[in-house]
Write a protein that binds this ligand. Sequence first.
Ligand code: GDP
Ligand code: GDP
Length: 446
Amino acid sequence: MADLAAEQEADSGPLPVVAVVGRPNVGKSTLVNRIIGRREAVVEDVPGVTRDRVTYEATWRGRRFTVVDTGGWDPEATGMAQRIAEQAQVAVELADVILFVTDVTVGITDADEAVARVLRRAGKPVVLAANKVDDQRAELEAGALWALGIGTPHPVSALHGRSSGDLLDLILDALPEAPEQRFGPERGPRRIALVGKPNVGKSSLLNKLAGEERALVDPMAGTTRDPVDELVELGGKTWRFIDTAGIRRRDRELQGADFYASLRTRAALERSEVAVVLIDASDPLTEQDLRIISLVVETGRCVVVAFNKWDLVDEDRRYYLEKEIDRQLVRIPWALRVNISAKTGRHVDRLVPAIERALDSWATRVPTSRLNAFLTELIQATPPPVRGGKQPKILFATQASVEPPKFVLFTSGFLEDTYRRFIERRLREEFGFAGSPVEISMKIRE
Ligand code: GDP
Ligand code: GDP
């Protein structure tokens, strides 16, 4: 069971975030592939093709962290240096450590300098990679990158893997020991990510919750001094709303705004504990709503879905909405739901109780003895389906972690997905977990 304890430790809480920045073609994706040890961050032949997937999980010397590749934007866009500075700004906000990638075969460009300016002001640890140093000779050229004022350039070849281990060591050294107020009794205000597609009513809701007078706060876009989060008092408690600067900033008209929006959403989720997903109840559900829900599911946060603009929902619309929910929100049937209007204030007071309930579920720990007693009974009543002539047995079960709750079943054979879903359903009936994802994995003992 020793390794289970280690797993439990490693599983708890959000991972530290390393953001990779740099202009197009310096080798960011190639380097990300090195770091995650897979060929997942596909290097595109078509330059600047927006990649949907931007975050990856990596492990180095037993330490897990999230890598965010901020590279998916259009290099042909006008005002490249400006755009890349914005990209660096997003990276600064979301990351614990920034990996700044440059190309020694090209040297310092305007775009590199724009990035360096943002990073110098940010006060976050930066590791400067001098990429495309494929051989010893090229190492000398890396010296020129001192001029960026970011510190030591570290020669590396993403393509050949040269010195990439050393680079990872440096990144690891720069990662924070215990990420900011993440766990423990002194965890600070609980952290809420308010997410949803543009125009769904995020800033209206925030204004409603935070008080109208604060609606006037309109921080200047693109400055490093933006207040990123906002502390809001609700129901006698202080809550931290993540990346309200991003919610309030009107950067939607920007080219590539979709990409930034999804990067920001992802980053906000990484830093949050609970996601409040806003959906426009007055309009049909869209692809974008579902994409955001997928992001939420991927990050394992607990969830409250707020159907906003309820003041615009009539009988007819209501009928179709319920159908859409049944058909399309299949990934989060367990999510808590409130029907609100950020405009009129309808039922906005129901948000906090729902959030608290979701957070409770997310932190629920089922004692091992109770879990096993419950499973023994369940299996007796409904044994797992026979597979290949054998009846798989569940030997033992334990809850490996909370936030989100993860269960591990030690079995003598493979359990069908349907049976695992059945177990999840029964677990939920027995122990609650409303508003929280629940993960069930299997360890097969032959
Ligand atoms: P990104 O746009 O920054 O993500 O850059 P990519 O990872 O797509 O790489 C751009 C090009 O540079 C590709 O053709 C890569 O094969 C090449 N490249 C990346 N790293 C190296 C390297 O270390 N040495 C050399 N010679 N080429 C590299
Ligand atoms: P954001 O892009 O998600 O921050 O959305 P906004 O808060 O800027 O809202 C977009 C538009 O929807 C604005 O015109 C709001 O006045 C409107 N809106 C927001 N919430 C509601 C609501 O509950 N009911 C109605 N009728 N309109 C709303």
